[in-house]
Design a protein around this ligand. Structure first.
Ligand code: HBZ
Length: 834
């Protein structure tokens, strides 16, 4: 109450409230003020970095004004809110996005050019906020963009890692990891809120006590405290004043100091121990789709979950509503199982701290949470050792046991005598050591569970979560197909195409309503439009060619077909199959006569992506790609007919250059392994076509754009099990064309063959070929041929490309967020004007 400015003083306040710059000149005034005061520099030492920082400060000021208005409005109206809990937010750069959303890019550009700077150069000065591994983290970033754009009251909660995903160097063809310390310079896009620090406890013990009414309680005490300090990142929407919040927690030593140690004279030791607290949020774990049971990772999860829930509960308590209204006011989405401890933590808060009955609390908990699954790969499912949880979070382990007990009692009642079922669905896996199955806990603690594309949502119901479909009502399980934000992935990444589309459709409304792209279909056969369309593709390819040249020195011909596969390197994503097909193509070119050679379609085969640092096979694949590039690119006989490029350090800002430049991109996972994929959507939205398997969202993309506009191949998900079985027991010959490729690798053409022997042996030589590289190879090569043939007719190609783009409306993350809002969160947009 003390913090509120009394009524009689508010007019004075309003008189001085920040004005938002509206013109180039006003921007320039703000720019100079920030250089001279915020940065304490002058016109004698304002370099590009300083200019970027001053421009971002000026834009940030505008964002903060809108952010404040939005938060005040939400506090006043107190609508139901969604909190999106994600251990990763792969945001990329903020400035360009903020300028486009606030519609000030033009005037900012004019403004800085008045001082001799080019806006493009300033944009390049910003480091990526690379707080994620890949698809899961980028999905969270697209989702919060849509939440703001659609005026939903929604916050993201995550961790403010000091080190994002590592920077990838390629040295001698191998991946080398370097730390990504992204906070070297002041970050204008975050607002520290040191005044809201929250204490989080670890370790300690639980104690039983009986209250005056004879009721037995258990409490957790005696642990170590770590402070969670929030940093707020404003999230602007497009075409709206609405600015939501992304709150990221940073760990700091607790204010209380160990005075006992201090007095013993162990001052340095006690400071050093305090310092340990900061390691909790220091680094993002660089594994995607792979579970690693490290204690520090569990600490990260609990630290973030406890701080976020404490914040959410505090906000709820301010409204003075009864607990029973908690889930009418709050929805919490679990992005994968990483935040599953939130289920336990909320139950603990309600029972231990707020004194609710178990059942009443559990009803609140389960109606609050929703859980999104992103994978069926067994090696990715989180299972924490019981002892690890018991030691770090003793009270939580007790609560997990109780949740399990009541759950199993229910199951036993409904399926009496089915002991196999009980052990199959138990949260505790009775293995040695015993483990907590986090996905089961997430299912039991949520009211909805969703997969991220239709096939994937079917697969979780019929495979990994089959028993739970039997136990619960079928409609606890649902699908929300992923989406991408057209603001960043079309308007920002591909301004030329966005402008051309706007000219045809009479404005930029499609950026808020992607279904309007349908209006392009009537130009699909228009030859003059084809020319404009292809010209933009050419310009985007030139932009990528310049990046490739500057990074690797390789010159590529923009007349060639640009063939791209950029994503995390993983055996299931089958970059190995792609590079094998490139080698096959090289062999064919070498075997052809000079006359025959001329008939080949020129191609540039472009790869990019990071391997988890400890993933040996993935690292071998990177080495092979680079080794093939070294041979092919230096073969004078081949020249421009084939180039092979590995783009170092693939990240969000590089994706913005790469995606618009694609003619064809690869989405070729073994059927049933890629939950959805989202880059497939980005490529098609930018007029690139897809070569892909019948997997993840490729299936729905095909349905939307038509099967003539995509190159599908390979076995279906339903065949995979039988094929794997036949590998184990039958005798399967390697595909003969693949055998030729293996022979040449083994001949040492790409360096010491031993480097690749484990990779090759996992496929041929009685290896299990778990990802069906050999089984799919023939149909993959065939699909490649179809691509070459189709590309030869540029008008026909343009027609496919335009038709595809015209039908991509479904894949906007706005559609996905509206589905979550309606079917899972039950939230409404908050209208703009009061
Ligand atoms: O999530 C991806 C899926 O592989 C992809 O198919 C889907 O489109 C995308 C969005 O739903 N999954 C990931 O990116 N997963 C991770 O990055 C990951 C990170 C840490 C983990 C586990 C998975 O512990």
């Amino acid at each position: 109450i003390d913090a509120v400015i009394p009524l009689e003083h508010r007019n004075l306040w309003k008189k001085y409230a920040i004005g938002e710059f509206q013109t180039k000149e006003e921007f320039q005034g703000e720019f100079v003020r920030h250089v001279e005061t915020t940065l304490a520099r002058s016109l004698y030492n304002c370099d590009e970095l300083a200019a970027y920082q001053a421009a971002s400060q000026a834009i940030r000021d505008r964002l903060i004004v809108a952010w404040n208005k939005t938060q005040q409005k939400h506090t006043l109206r107190d609508p139901k809110r969604i909190y999106y809990l994600s251990l990763e937010f792969l945001m990329g750069r903020a400035m360009d996005n903020a300028m486009l959303n606030l519609n000030v890019k033009q005037l900012t550009g004019d403004g800085v050019s008045g001082f001799g700077f080019r806006l493009e150069d300033l944009i390049e000065k910003e480091p990526d906020a690379a707080l994620g591994n890949g698809g899961l983290g980028r999905l969270a970033a697209c989702f919060i963009d849509s939440l703001s754009t659609l005026n939903y009251p929604g916050w993201g909660y995550g961790l403010r890692y000091q080190y994002g995903i590592f920077k990838q160097k390629i040295i001698d063809g191998y991946q080398v990891e370097q730390p990504d310390y992204w906070l070297t310079f002041d970050n204008a896009w975050e607002i520290p809120r040191t005044e809201i620090a929250i204490d989080v406890m670890f370790y300690g013990y639980t104690r039983k006590f009986t209250d005056d009414e004879g009721k037995v309680h258990r409490i957790w005490e005696g642990g170590d405290l770590v402070q969670a300090v929030p940093y707020d990142f404003p999230v602007p929407g497009y075409g709206t004043e609405n600015v939501n919040n992304l709150r990221l927690w940073s760990s700091k030593p607790n204010r209380e100091f160990d005075f006992a140690k201090f007095n013993e004279g162990a001052y340095d030791q006690s400071v050093a121990e305090q310092q340990q607290a900061e390691t909790i949020s220091a680094v993002l774990y660089p594994n995607d789709n792979f579970y690693l049971g490290k204690e520090l990772r569990l600490k990260q999860q609990y630290f973030w979950v406890a701080a976020s829930l404490s914040d959410i509960v505090r906000r709820f308590k301010k409204s003075r509503r009864p607990w029973i209204e908690f889930s009418d006011q709050i929805a919490i989405q679990l992005n994968d199982t990483h935040p599953t401890l939130a289920v336990v933590e909320l139950q603990r808060i309600l029972v231990d701290r707020e004194g609710l009955d178990w059942d009443e609390a559990w009803e609140i908990v389960t109606s609050t949470f929703g859980y999104t699954n992103h994978t069926v790969l067994p090696e990715a499912l989180e299972k924490w050792q019981v002892d690890l949880i018991g030691n770090l979070l003793p009270r939580h382990l007790e609560i997990i046991y109780d949740i399990n007990l009541y759950f199993l009692q229910d199951v036993e009642k409904r399926f009496p005598g089915d002991h196999d079922l009980l052990s199959r669905v138990s949260i505790i896996e009775e293995s040695n050591p015993r483990q907590v199955r986090m996905a089961y806990l997430a299912i039991i603690g949520s009211h909805k569970v969703n997969g991220v594309a239709e096939l994937h949502s079917e697969l979780i119901k019929t495979t990994i979560f089959k028993d739970f479909v039997k136990i619960y009502n079928e409609d606890k399980f649902t699908n929300v197909t992923n989406g991408i934000t057209p603001r960043r992935w079309l308007h920002q990444a591909n301004p030329k195409l966005s402008k051309l589309i706007a000219e045809k459709l009479g404005g930029y409304d499609f950026l808020n309503n992607l279904g309007l792209l349908k209006g392009l279909e009537k130009y699909a056969n228009d030859k003059t439009f084809h020319k404009e369309w292809l010209e933009i593709k050419r310009a985007n390819k030139a932009r990528l060619a310049a990046l490739i040249k500057s990074q690797s020195g390789v010159e590529v011909d923009t007349n060639a077909l640009f063939d791209i596969q950029v994503k995390r390197i993983h055996e299931y994503k089958r970059q190995q199959m792609n590079i094998f097909s490139v080698i096959y193509r090289y062999l064919q070119l070498k075997a052809a006569s000079p006359e025959e050679r001329k008939k080949f379609q020129k191609r540039v085969s472009i790869f990019g992506g990071k391997s988890a640092p400890g993933y040996y096979m993935a690292k071998t694949i990177i080495k092979l790609i680079n080794a093939v590039g070294a041979v092919v690119n230096n073969d004078a006989e081949i020249g421009d007919l084939l180039k092979v490029v590995f783009i170092e350090d693939y990240n969000v800002s590089k994706a913005e250059i790469i995606t618009p430049a694609s003619d064809i991109s690869h989405h070729i996972s073994t059927a049933g392994t890629e939950a959805s994929g989202t880059s497939n959507m980005k490529f098609v939205l930018n007029g690139g076509l897809i070569i892909g398997t019948v997997d993840g969202a490729n299936i729905e993309i095909t349905r939307e754009i038509g099967e003539n506009n995509i190159f599908l191949f390979g076995h279906l998900a339903e065949d995979v099990e039988d094929l794997r079985h036949s590998h184990r027991f039958g005798h399967t010959e390697l595909n003969p064309d693949l055998q030729k490729v293996f022979d040449v690798i083994e001949s040492g053409l790409f360096g010491d063959a031993n480097i690749y022997s484990n990779l090759l042996n996992s496929i041929g030589n009685h290896g299990s070929d778990y990802y069906l590289v050999s089984d799919d190879f023939a149909s993959f090569l065939n699909a490649q041929q179809q691509v070459d043939k189709a590309y030869a007719d540029q008008d026909a190609w343009a027609q496919k490309s335009i038709t595809a783009v015209a039908n991509m409306g479904f894949f906007s993350s706005d559609r996905a967020i509206n589905e979550y809002a309606e079917n899972i969160w039950q939230i409404e947009p908050v209208p703009l004007d009061n």
